[in-house]
Design a protein around this ligand. Structure first.
Ligand SMILES: [Zn+2]
Length: 184
């Protein structure tokens, strides 16, 4: 993987005055999903946008449980992370049409985990040549608007995907009427 130049991350590194406690736990508790760029609440976890993205549409999927590693989650919790990852891939494909993705987790500080106490999975959309256009987003005043616009687009995409999924479930569970033979 080529390293993406993401200059706004310097602001993140420089202003590393970390809020007390865990930002994942905090943002889920706050119930201010739009302000916090939280896109989707699932059964065992949630999906939010990264405030300091490596690329447009950089999402993070995290469990509600404050645990350090994937293997600390019960099986259904771990499975739900994968389900939400798949949901994210579908929504990102539909809404912002990436040509590829980097998907992965950093476990432990030494691996580069920014928030090491709460396991989370990164989904970074990729486009051919994105390392070249990324500097376009480097002006700090542009970024929040850019993030907000992407948030609105993706939020609508997640809602649509959930409605479609609910529709499929209803169809699947509905008992088919028995075919009755018509008297000849
Ligand atoms: Zn936490």
């Amino acid at each position: 993987m080529k390293i993406i130049w993401a200059p706004w991350r310097m602001a993140y590194i420089k202003n590393a005055r970390k809020p007390r406690g865990c930002i994942f736990c905090l943002k889920v508790r706050e119930q201010r999903d739009s302000d916090n760029l939280l896109l989707h609440r699932g059964q065992h976890g949630f999906i939010m946008m990264n405030l300091f993205p490596y690329n447009s549409g950089h999402l993070m999927v995290a469990p509600y449980a404050h645990v350090k590693t994937l293997d600390a989650l019960p099986a259904d919790g771990a499975l739900d992370l994968i389900r939400m990852t798949n949901l994210s891939l579908r929504v990102l494909r539909a809404e912002i049409r990436p040509e590829g993705f980097n998907v992965g987790m950093n476990l432990g500080r030494v691996s580069g985990a920014g928030i090491e106490g709460h396991v989370h999975l990164h989904i970074v959309p990729r486009w051919n040549g994105d390392t070249n256009f990324m500097p376009l987003f480097s002006e700090t005043r542009v970024i929040p608007e850019h993030l907000r616009a992407t948030y609105r687009k993706l939020r609508a995409g997640f809602r649509l995907a959930m409605r479609q999924e609910a529709g499929k479930l209803r169809q699947g569970s509905g008992r088919r009427p028995k075919r009755t033979k018509l008297p000849l």
